[in-house]
Ligand binder design. Structure first.
Ligand SMILES: [Zn+2]
Length: 138
């Protein structure tokens, strides 16, 4: 896992914050572009187990297969694996915690965090906001 401290890179999808805000609406903009967090147990994909794939809510690039989703009871959609190369990792020291933030590698939008306490063989738990994603049926 390649973790970096500061986000200085240019992404393939690169829009101004004003463009993102107009496109996403206030609620999703706050999560995706301002690293917000939705309230636990409120997201529409928290208890969603259809077959398909989850795409970035901002740029629509596929991020997770539904097969990687599991019920973690943490209140947010949880995955044990991402589609390779789609996620970027950044050290996050906000809120008095040291965590690893997950971002879309294609547009730099905030998705959630990753924790190394996953119950499956990958050992990791991606904890992702529903508002950071859209779902596409198989
Ligand atoms: Zn994206």
């Amino acid at each position: 896992m390649n973790i970096f401290d500061k986000n200085s890179k240019k992404y393939p999808v690169n829009k101004t914050e004003e463009e993102w805000r107009a496109e996403l609406g206030e609620e999703r903009y706050t999560i995706l572009r301002k690293a917000g967090t939705e309230y636990p147990h409120t997201g529409k994909y928290n208890l969603h187990f259809e077959k398909g794939r989850y795409v970035c809510g901002a740029c629509k690039v596929p991020l997770f297969d539904s097969e990687a989703k599991f019920e973690s009871n943490c209140g947010w959609p949880s995955f044990d694996k991402a589609i390779e190369g789609t996620i970027e990792y950044r050290r996050d020291t906000s809120h008095g915690m040291i965590r690893t933030e997950t971002l879309c590698a294609n547009c730099g939008s905030h998705l959630g965090h990753i924790f190394e306490d996953g119950p499956t063989e990958t050992g990791v738990r991606y904890c992702i906001n529903s508002l950071s994603m859209d779902f596409e049926n198989e």
